[in-house]
Write a protein that binds this ligand. Sequence first.
Ligand code: GCW
Length: 683
Amino acid sequence: MVRALPVFPRRLNILAALLMVLAPALFLHAEDGHKLWLRYAQLVQPPTIKFFYLNDDSTTGHVIAEEIKRGLSDLSGYPVSQTSDPKNAQLIIGTPDNLELLREPSWKKNFSHLGPEGFLLKREGFSFLVAAKTSLGCLYGAFRLLELFSQDKDLEGDGVLESPLIHRRLLDHWDNLDGTIERGYAGKSLWKWNELPGHVNERVLDYARACASVGINGTVLNNVNADPRILTLPYLKKVQALADAMRPYGLKVYLSANFGAPKALGDLPTADPFDPQVRKWWEAKASEIHGLIPDFGGFLVKANSEGQPGPLDYGRTHADGANLLADALAPYGGVVIWRAFVYKDSIDPDRIKRAYKELMPLDGKFRKNVIIQSKNGPLDFQPREPFHPLFGGLKRTHLGAELQVTQEYLGHSNHLVYLGTMWEEFFGSDTFAHGPGSTIEKLLARDRDSLMAGVANTGDDRDWCGNPFSPANWYAFGRLAWDPTLKSRDIAEEWTRMTWTRDPQAAPAITDLLMGSRDTYIDYTCPLGLAGVFEKDLHYAPDPGMVDPRHDDWSAAYYNRADAKGIGFDRTRRGSDGVDQYHAPLNDRFNGLKTCPLDYLLWFHHAKWDQRLSTGRTLWDELVFRYGQGRKEAEAMKAQWQGLRGKVDDERFGKAERKLEIQAREADVWGKKCLGYFGSFRK
Ligand code: GCW
């Protein structure tokens, strides 16, 4: 190829050579997924906006202006610029403080329904308006407008008026100080601790931008298995640099705190919450943090769980521990987010009953600025679990939900599993706590300090999540934290149109692929309410017979209990009575073999192999059917994707294709391994 160059005149030769060198660099990142859903692919019929007006000199105001410029210019294919004359503008953005129009009495009514982060989008003829009470509200509104355009949707009728239903919408990063990420499958941590505080990596800003675009308003920077050093001054200065960088995007910074820090850092001989020196230590620490980061969100704490220190080490309760930190943070408006992921052996032989038994007696004993954070299910982010009975159980304590966006038990970054459907199922679950209709979405939203946290699936891989489909889960988490009543299909469709294509055939096909993916995954891994079928530690491949000598309840066999008679964990009243942690009539429903939903059958029942199910098949035949079904569906997903060749860019298409091939291959392995093991018991 280089030999062909001499036929060109010399100057062209140099140009061609330059192009050959530069082209890969210029186009390398063209469609690699880095832009996420903020891709802003050019529209055939863009909105006719050439100028926008925004008179907001705050740092958030600057972010809005940049985003609107970039977004609208990309969507339109021509430059869109800011004007200082609102009469020239086809898009006006503002708050009553910086936009005169919004001070007119007629606007009062509109604004009375808006929360501080809410926004209003309106269209009149060819002009658009984004209005809010605060700059942050404007930022959220600006992003939403761009997202509507990006989906090729228009503002209809009265426009859009929205405020988030959940106050704290956080991503929890299980990032370690050495750059590794616990349960991370997309590279290393985005926080480059060794470069901080001097240099804030540009990925941090990209991250903040993506989070803000879906309304995420907080980030817990470090792993809940917390290194105490995060609370030392050198690290706090690094945290301060990150907090400063993310503040314009409305992201508040929180830290995971190690309960034993006063002792572990060598400052005190104890971390006993009743020790006055310990109290003073935390007060001084909170004050020090506040001095550096005035809007610091608070501490997230994993205490007395999986080897982490906690108040129980000193004969105190979880409430004693949480309240200690809460008192220290209270003067600065910070909160303590105390995890409910506790399962001390001595509490109950059935692991899933333990957190409820331990925390329910403490209901009402936590300070106002403590929020208990519970995983969606009582075990540990399994592909399907019934909801955690603390939802609807705790009534005098703030309770937030922790969802896992990273796919620890869901095929890591290799399998396509869209989690919007799982979360919709969770939020829609009726707890019956206040009679029928007490769904989790309602319980969460009516809490005065509501919280939704997602364990992040991001890393420093160029495409953020390691699989071109996985950002859908980041996106869906943000959207649902903003409004848990949204429908997972709508979210999948939004994401698809912004991320992949607006093609009228391809977009619905991709949406369908996402929508079926979680049920498919459950079918080929753990149908009918099975849980804990995963290999030790990695939690990726199947190992239904795994015995973990370290912990009975880390063993797969502890959960599936396969024996000559049947399979499943008996949590009925004849068994562990886990069912009675739920309100009536759910407890009775789960308790009855015939009334228990098939999806939870083996979660609550040890059923006989030849038990006839509502499908008409015996239990064993149903298992064989489901595993087979899952394998076929995974094959079908691969085939459906291949039908989309040419409809999306080659680079991302190829990556997705490779992932779907792995998934289909492994779906087959799962069925063989699980049925082989379970079948060996069946007489
Ligand atoms: O699921 C388990 C994970 C651990 C995790 C723990 C937790 C951060 O395997 O990696 O630790 O849950 O949620 O605390």
